[in-house]
Design a protein around this ligand. Sequence first.
Ligand SMILES: Cc1cc2nc3c(=O)[nH]c(=O)nc-3n(C[C@H](O)[C@H](O)[C@H](O)COP(=O)(O)OP(=O)(O)OC[C@H]3O[C@@H](n4cnc5c(N)ncnc54)[C@H](O)[C@@H]3O)c2cc1C
Length: 332
Amino acid sequence: MSVPRTHRPRSKEAIGAYLVNGLLKQVQARQIPLFCNVKVTRILTEVKVTGVQIQTEVGQQIIQSRAVIIATGGFGASKKLISEYRPDLNKYQTTNQPGNTGDGILLAKDIGARLVDMDRIQVHPTVQQDTDHVYLIGETVRGEGAILVDQNGNRFVNELETRDKVTAAIEKLGGTGAYLIFDAAVRSRAKAIDFYDHVGLVKSADNLTSLAQELGVDGETLSRTVDKWNESVSNRLDIAFGRKTGRYLLETPPYAAIHVAPAIHYTMGGVKTNDQAEVLRDDGQPIPGLYAVGEVVGGLHGGNRIGGNSLSETVVFGLRAAQQVRDYIFEM
Ligand SMILES: Cc1cc2nc3c(=O)[nH]c(=O)nc-3n(C[C@H](O)[C@H](O)[C@H](O)COP(=O)(O)OP(=O)(O)OC[C@H]3O[C@@H](n4cnc5c(N)ncnc54)[C@H](O)[C@@H]3O)c2cc1C
């Protein structure tokens, strides 16, 4: 993450909604049937894939098809699978929506798919979880200049280290979480902060002493930390933690803070596929007619995922799977 490399919409809109709205328009324009509130409960096969069994509000039904693309996401919201593969993460909350239950992984496994890297689970370091909701505070806040401090007001890590390392550093603080500290200039560059403020996650004050008081942090320590950070930015040398991404001074009031702690965010493991999105068996052979894309797939990111790479993956392999299915169906 040492150079700008994440692709975003030109309008700086939130990327997820941007992609989904675009896709939905295409689905509507092409009159592609879409079934909502149904749950796939089985993938049907007779040597080749022949369709899926679904559970609807009015009972079970079969949808016949010559190919199936699994795009059911990861299993970050499945306590059962987390307990099975990473019991050490049982206590964590998750940034994932409740539908991320790993169904697709289990459905594919039932018909012989190979699973890989199931114990590789990414815990995101900066998640606000003091209310009923869990909010991921994106890298953009740190990328645009925020620092992280502990309960004493001291920095303790290179804020833009990989997610696993920043998580480990926060965990070492002993369960207190940490504070993201930023100023009005960071806020003007990281538009998401307006939303975080709107939902009540941001504490702000006209100066660092008042902010520290509001957080229950020592004011002198926090001011000293920010002075030292500004010095590092000016000298382009962060002696304490070696952060090379400090480009902006924190000097524009009001100052603000968000309390964060780690939470389960992304499951790198899942169904093994090849580069054409075909689902593979244990013997490495594709299951005819079965494809998988997105977070349900395992093995693409390795032990950790770099921010931004999941949506790139879904777009690239979504298209590839569609092209494969088209060719597969016409060959039949
Ligand atoms: C808060 C947050 C922020 C993120 N920000 C970024 C980012 O900025 N950049 C980036 O690259 N990645 C980001 N990610 C990761 C990325 O959003 C996900 O990895 C990606 O959306 C996964 O897409 P998908 O299509 O594989 O699955 P999903 O988007 O999870 O969709 C799967 C769908 O399948 C449904 N489903 C599951 N089981 C069944 C079943 N049995 N029958 C029918 N339907 C089923 C689910 O309910 C869900 O609707 C973020 C994730 C979160 C949680």
